[in-house]
Design a binder for this molecule. Structure first.
Ligand code: SF4
Length: 259
């Protein structure tokens, strides 16, 4: 969306793009942001709430430094039975709030100061047509969302990828997500494991740490917390995903069913 916007594909060009850094992205995401900065004509501002989500999860505290776990970890009873998922607060505190604070700063409005009634900010979100359910209005009356990849130039994630490959051959585009995000798909976990084993090991250690009796996750949930929906240690879960995928492939009946 950023690259298309700079080419004028959505009419006016944005004044600014904002990247909210949770402090827990893979290095490749930071490299992608740097590269984008060199490609587009408008400024790309990096903002944050001044904390590191990585450190906060490690220490079992929230964005205010109080004992809490803000990421949507999967929970299990001591006997292994699934016991729901933690309420996700990380997006609001480490992404949405810093972006909103940055917009207020750009408008010249100090924190907690009232905005004038004619304040009107159009915020573009790069949600593609296959994730249309994520396209929602902003809760703030002064921010109006616009979804260029749905309403202006409808494109699916695959079409975005194809457009990028065609226009920037040989370059890969990294998808932003925290290293230990429990919402990572199997493919995404595998990609971390293959491309950056140290980072994957860090996530494995973080996952194990959540179940240490000293971690606030153990105290606040009184259940076991996991980064993977299988609710088993991360390395084990990814291995199981991989084996399941291989078995699924071997069980396919020579591809004729699809003809
Ligand atoms: S990527 Fe995952 S862990 Fe990071 S802020 Fe979003 S939901 Fe939370």
């Amino acid at each position: 969306m950023c690259l298309l916007a700079d080419r004028g594909e959505f009419g006016v060009r944005p004044d600014v793009a904002i990247f909210a850094d949770t402090g827990w992205e893979p290095q490749r995401v930071y490299d992608t942001v740097e590269w984008l900065r060199s490609e587009v004509s408008f400024p790309i501002i990096t903002t944050s709430n001044g904390r590191s989500l990585r450190e906060d999860v490690l220490n079992g505290v929230n964005a205010q430094g109080q004992p809490w776990v803000t990421i949507p970890v999967f929970l299990a009873e001591r006997n292994g039975d699934p016991a729901g998922i933690n309420w996700r607060q990380c997006t609001k505190n480490y992404k949405l709030a810093p972006i909103q604070a940055e917009v207020r700063r750009l408008l010249g409005v100090r924190p907690r100061k009232l905005l004038s009634s004619d304040t009107n900010v159009e915020m573009w979100l790069g949600i593609s047509t296959d994730e249309v359910m994520r396209a929602k209005p902003n809760r703030e009356w002064w921010i109006k969302h616009r979804f260029p990849l749905i309403d202006d130039l409808p494109m699916s994630r695959q079409e975005c990828q194809e457009w990028f490959e065609e226009n920037y051959p040989g370059r890969t585009l990294e998808r932003s997500a925290c290293v230990g995000c429990p919402f990572r798909s199997t493919t995404s976990w595998l990609s971390v494991r293959e491309s950056d084993p140290d980072l994957f090991e860090e996530a494995v250690q973080m996952d194990a740490g959540l179940r240490s009796p000293d971690h606030n996750a153990s105290k606040m949930f009184r259940k076991q917390a996991f980064l993977h929906h299988r609710r088993v240690p991360l390395a084990e879960a990814i291995q199981a995903d991989l084996e399941e995928e291989e078995n699924h492939f071997m069980n396919e009946c020579e591809g004729h069913c699809a003809l």
